[in-house]
Design a protein around this ligand. Structure first.
Ligand SMILES: *[C@@H]1O[C@H](CO)[C@@H](O)[C@H](O)[C@H]1NC(C)=O
Ligand SMILES: *[C@@H]1O[C@H](CO)[C@@H](O)[C@H](O)[C@H]1NC(C)=O
Ligand SMILES: *[C@@H]1O[C@H](CO)[C@@H](O)[C@H](O)[C@H]1NC(C)=O
Ligand SMILES: *[C@@H]1O[C@H](CO)[C@@H](O)[C@H](O)[C@H]1NC(C)=O
Ligand SMILES: *[C@@H]1O[C@H](CO)[C@@H](O)[C@H](O)[C@H]1NC(C)=O
Ligand SMILES: *[C@@H]1O[C@H](CO)[C@@H](O)[C@H](O)[C@H]1NC(C)=O
Ligand SMILES: *[C@@H]1O[C@H](CO)[C@@H](O)[C@H](O)[C@H]1NC(C)=O
Ligand SMILES: *[C@@H]1O[C@H](CO)[C@@H](O)[C@H](O)[C@H]1NC(C)=O
Length: 430
């Protein structure tokens, strides 16, 4: 008897939940405490108050994990009370209004919608379209996936459109209590023609860590993770550079977040097993992932730094007490004289592409000859490792941010210029 009563008690709120809609039309609005729920009941949109803050924000979170906020609308313009309302303005944009009907956030689409409708999709994407057209990427006049906060969700492409320059990028929260843009951004560096992802500390303009450049197979410094449940896809073609992951198992959830300290974390949660998020992978993994930890011309390995062969610590006293910041200098300077050559450094995260030139059609032999001819060329490598290697990347100046890689099968080799006498010394030593 008691059991039956209990079941009825449970069923009542369930009916309430099942009525929750995933769409918002012009005839309705959302206030604090009201939400939109995606049709598969995974994502929820509404007003929330993060951590110990008293401010209120419009956001999207996992329904089964309400503290896991994945998107914030008015992150720059918090509501000071619980009187916010999400509605449409008269040109069909979504707006969040405060108590005095001031606009604290707007979807700012330039397309005018006669009959606008907003929908929270099963992907966690909030989209805006005209009610008369069916759901498709082209139909959206605005979508939250175009304006990421600190989180990438499955199927959400982190894209740089090379035709329009439009880029989706992550910006960390200021703190756990404050979703306003913090100190760290995750950006795609494409300045030298080779894509690499970086986390930059904005206010001091300094790189914190980088993936290393795309070598046709992977980002040089990122371990190659293949799991049957998650599929990562990287696209680099004439129209776009993009990164996306998809999850095969409906009970498995994955997201990538840039946390308040600039750490990039990939979380996974298996709903058949537990309700807690586990960190599957994070960046930086160790001290060697910290940008430029070893200074110039040195390779990070374990907890230590080693000068490239043919180089010596610039400040031996500092180096001896494990202060590597000054890096290394050449033992014998190169001067472009006859007989100069190269040391081969295997399994290395190639140096940052600060001062480089790239030629995709040159062979390794041509690359070597070209580097030898130019007195300021300090190193070279293949730019693409597929099919035995192709392309030529040449470095000028110091070599920054290298680390030893354990992985054996996808080797990347760097050739560092050394003087004739240096080559001679080591030839005799061998
Ligand atoms: C909220 O405040 C309490 C007490 O000061 C603190 O222990 C907790 O870490 C804070 N939570 C967040 C998310 O900042
Ligand atoms: C409401 O928003 C407007 C525009 O952002 C602002 O000027 C006004 O001070 C806000 N009012 C309250 C009560 O927060
Ligand atoms: C680039 O890749 C995207 C995604 O796969 C595709 O939609 C687009 O057509 C491609 N562009 C070119 C020029 O191949
Ligand atoms: C999720 O957990 C279930 C139950 O433990 C297990 O059978 C399944 O293989 C897990 N899925 C993945 C992708 O790990
Ligand atoms: C490391 O060496 C640099 C250069 O000599 C110096 O400026 C810095 O203060 C040293 N750092 C520490 C922690 O000693
Ligand atoms: C790349 O190298 C090839 C072969 O040396 C040369 O013909 C071509 O002009 C180079 N391209 C550029 C853009 O320098
Ligand atoms: C060496 O290469 C650099 C960078 O491409 C270039 O600016 C410089 O003119 C080259 N020097 C010579 C002597 O070719
Ligand atoms: C170039 O450097 C070598 C040492 O590597 C030295 O023997 C030679 O004299 C130098 N040549 C010039 C022109 O400075």
């Amino acid at each position: 008897m008691a059991k039956i009563t209990f079941s009825i008690f449970i069923i009542v709120p369930m009916i309430g939940l099942s009525l929750a809609a995933d769409t918002l039309g012009t005839d309705s609005s959302i206030r604090h405490g009201e939400t939109l729920v995606s049709s598969d009941l995974i994502f929820e949109l509404g007003f929330f108050t993060p951590g110990n803050s008293s401010m209120s924000y419009l956001g999207i979170w996992y329904k089964f994990s309400p503290n896991t906020v994945v998107w914030v609308a008015n992150r720059n313009n918090p509501l000071v009370d619980h009187s916010g309302v999400l509605t449409f303005n008269n040109v069909g944009n979504l707006v969040v209004l405060n108590q005095s009907s001031g606009v604290v956030w707007s979807s700012k689409s330039s397309r005018f919608l006669q009959n606008p409708i907003a929908q929270l999709l099963n992907s966690g994407n909030l989209v805006l379209r005209d009610n008369s057209v069916s759901s498709s990427d082209e139909a959206y006049s605005w979508q939250s996936f175009d304006y990421p906060s600190d989180t990438v969700l499955a199927t959400m492409k982190l894209v740089l459109n090379l035709k329009t320059g439009f880029e989706r990028r992550l910006t960390a929260w200021k703190s756990m209590d404050d979703p306003s843009p913090g100190d760290y951004v995750h950006v795609l560096d494409y300045s030298q023609g080779l894509p690499q992802y970086e986390v930059v500390q904005v206010h001091v303009h300094s790189k914190k860590h980088r993936s290393g450049q795309w070598n046709g197979v992977q980002f040089v410094g990122v371990p190659f993770v293949e799991t049957p449940a998650e599929v990562f896809q990287f696209v680099y073609n004439e129209t776009e550079i993009s990164l996306m992951f998809e999850v095969q198992d409906r009970q498995l959830f994955t997201m990538m977040k840039l946390n308040t300290l600039g750490v990039l974390q990939i979380f996974v949660l298996n709903r058949s097993r537990s309700a807690t998020w586990n960190v599957m992978l994070e960046f930086p993994r160790d001290v060697c992932d910290l940008y430029g930890r070893c200074g110039a011309n040195a390779i990070c390995s374990g907890t230590l730094c080693e000068c490239v062969k043919g180089f010596l610590p610039k400040s031996p006293d500092e180096w001896a007490v494990l202060n590597f910041s000054n890096g290394c200098r050449r033992t014998i300077p190169t001067n472009c004289s006859k007989g100069e050559g190269f040391w081969e450094i295997k399994k290395v995260k190639l140096p940052d592409v600060l001062e480089v030139t790239l030629n995709r059609s040159m062979s390794l032999k041509e690359c070597k000859d070209e580097c030898l001819k130019n007195c300021s060329c300090t190193a070279y490598a293949n730019s693409d490792i597929r099919g035995g290697g192709s392309g030529c990347l040449m470095w000028f100046g110091d070599l920054i941010d290298m680390r030893a890689l354990e992985e054996g099968n996808r080797v990347q080799t760097l050739y560092v210029r050394v003087s004739a006498s240096e080559l001679g010394i080591h030839t005799y030593a061998n």
